[in-house]
Design a protein around this ligand. Sequence first.
Ligand SMILES: [Zn+2]
Length: 269
Amino acid sequence: MSHKRTLVAIFAHPDDEAFGTGGTLTKYAQQGVEVHLVTATLGEAGQIANPAVAPTRPLSLIREQELRRACEKFGVTQLHLLGYVDGQTAMVPPAEAVLKLVRLLRRLKPQVVISFGPDGIYGHFDHLVIHRWASAAVELAANPERWPEAGPAHPVAKFYHRAISQTQLTAMSGANGRAAVDMGGVPFPFVGQPEEKITTRIDVRAQAQTKLAGLKCHISQLSPDALYLQPDFDPSATDWFRQETFILAQCNGVARPAQKEDDLFAGVA
Ligand SMILES: [Zn+2]
């Protein structure tokens, strides 16, 4: 008999979950899937992009509150904060962070895990670190010889990388003219993955308004001229917004689909 379906998303900063997976998290939550979000830092190294947000409290508190509001919108069952410092995840002993994630995966027993791929979407150092932590945790959670005290081994059936497709990137760049993130004066361009590498496309048209509402919760990170904040922006009519794309990086006990999928749980018992 199949047991309850669980999805775990593992990201670095508040808002990492919103743009590329907000619709997907919402969609599965609506279907009764238990949805967990792991956020490694509180984004305290970022800037306040919106002058309307007064910095009356430490940025970490502002971002945490925004993240919690976004989680409510998306229907996230539980938010797990790892408590690391924004921009400094590379200084964390990897075994410490990976053990935390292994413990969590063995306790929650998700069939599906989502995290960054090796492109880190735009190569943010924390994204690359989280990619490595999540990949190691998925592998080690399934190995009964590793950290047996952290709970019984759990093989994750499907491990996905969040990805931007080249088509999506071209459309986004045309729409808002921003194809790179500025980090300390250095542009980090978004990485678009070729269509043939995209294995999974989730249609979130029905969740597009909720996704937008969740995105707007991260108001301190949104510049007032952000495209989503313009009154004429129609989220459910915009292809690059109403579709979320993934690369199936690893399967465990599930046949690798021969064709492109439209469901992260496809083939999961
Ligand atoms: Zn991030």
